[in-house]
Design a protein around this ligand. Structure first.
Ligand code: GTP
Length: 396
């Protein structure tokens, strides 16, 4: 039978079979991808199903071409699987973005699948089949573009953005093709080769970008996890070192001093002892939230020890610093914990130092602020002390 297949058709058979195998391998590989949260597990399952359906789709392409369309089952399967695979990407992208798929999306997708596939099969004219197929594809592409847009905004990685523009391009090409068919049904012949080129290109590029984006997202969440304190969500000591360096670079560019503050919750051990360790954790989380409330967006709050926090405050002067410390003390004093005890009052002590020389190392600034902190603790707590002089230059 293969002897009667023209050369060009023969090479397309190889392409379709190759793509079917490739998607099958990717489907199995995607099941082995590590996924942390439950929504990632759900998203990966959708991804595996999408890749499995893509594999079946190209097998149906192969079967249609190999039998030269004699068996009507294969082209029908081909259309159905094509719709299904791009329908599946909608809940998949929402799952990756940890969002529920809006109900109207389900209506559009279900309506398109239920109506378009049987109607496409039923209408006798080839051109009418194409028109209906086009309209259905455009509807599916539209919900896809919206879903990828949501995913792009949440993951904020470059692969997701390229994917969005690419799918928009494919959708525009399909709209053009649809219009061209309305104007001149004669382009249907040319349309076949357009599709046999466009569809594999679309499948491959969409898959590659999904895999790249999933990889980048996993990498981003690992990096975020490594830089965060698990309990409070603030930056950890490691991240603080990097932040300190970027504050030093900013200082050398702008010449504006910044401040390093060490805050320590007063008598925190008593909270744990009197109200349990869990209550202590609650206090730490609430304390972290108050710090963030006082700081500006460009400032940094980090947890560096049990109940010890470090803040970096940009463009600081002694006056600004004093105002910020006053506000911090006030914010902490005003915290209420009715679920722990109405009597629980938390206070903090703050030691601060102004960093106005780019040669000052983190350890020196931290030591200077810590000395001030201990002076406050010795003096009765719930207060702040500023130091701006005598920071050792670690190079000296
Ligand atoms: N709940 C909770 N407690 C912690 C955590 N990390 C450290 N701690 C506790 O924090 C307490 C720190 O106590 P101390 O260093 O004695 O200081 P303090 O009681 O705050 O006293 P001053 O600093 O002198 O005012 C210890 O009891 C630690 O067990 C944590 O992640 N959660």
């Amino acid at each position: 039978m293969m002897e009667s297949v023209p050369e060009q058709q023969g090479s397309m058979l190889t392409v379709y079979l190759g793509l079917s195998l490739l998607f099958l391998i990717l489907c199995f590989l995607s099941l082995r991808f590590p996924a942390g949260s439950p929504h990632e597990h759900r998203a990966r399952r959708f991804m595996a199903i999408f890749l499995g359906v893509q594999s079946a789709w190209y097998l149906a392409f192969y079967a249609t071409l190999a039998t030269s369309g004699e068996n009507r089952l294969y082209p029908t399967l081909q259309d159905g699987l094509g719709f299904l695979s791009y329908t599946l990407t909608v809940p998949m992208f929402h799952a990756f973005a940890n969002r529920a798929t809006p109900s109207y999306n389900w209506w559009i997708m279900a309506g398109t699948l239920i109506l378009a596939v049987p109607v496409t099969v039923a209408v006798p004219s080839y051109i009418d089949k194409l028109h209906i197929g086009n309209l259905a594809t455009i509807a599916i592409m539209a919900v896809n573009i919206k879903a990828i847009g949501t995913y792009m905004r949440v993951t904020n990685n470059v692969a997701a953005s390229i994917l969005w523009y690419l799918v928009l391009l494919f959708a525009s090409l399909l709209c053009l093709r649809s219009l061209a068919l309305f104007v001149d049904p004669g382009v249907a012949v040319w349309n076949e080769s357009f599709l046999s080129f466009l569809l594999p290109l679309m499948s491959l590029s969409v898959t590659i970008l999904i895999l790249a984006s999933v990889g980048l997202t996993a990498q981003q969440s690992l990096i975020r996890l490594a830089l965060r304190d698990q309990l409070t969500g603030l930056r950890n000591r490691h991240a603080l070192m990097e932040d300190y360096q970027s504050f030093i670079s900013r200082l050398s560019r702008s010449g504006n001093a910044f401040a390093l503050l060490v805050c320590d919750i007063d008598h925190f051990k008593l909270v744990n002892d009197k109200y349990t360790h869990e209550a202590g954790d609650k206090v730490l989380k609430a304390f972290a939230q108050r710090l963030n409330r006082v700081l500006r967006e460009e400032d940094i709050a980090a947890r560096v020890g049990g109940e010890e926090f470090v803040l970096l405050v940009s463009d600081a002067s002694p006056q600004i610093l004093a105002r910020i410390c006053e506000r911090l003390l006030e914010e902490v004093r005003s915290m209420a914990f009715p679920d722990i005890s109405p009597d629980l009052v938390i206070t903090t002590s703050i030691g601060a130092v102004l960093v106005d020389d780019e040669n000052i190392k983190f350890e020196s600034a931290f030591r200077a602020a810590d000395e001030q902190l201990y002076a406050v603790k010795a003096g009765g707590r719930d207060a702040f002390a500023l130091s701006r002089s005598q920071i050792e230059n670690s190079q000296g």
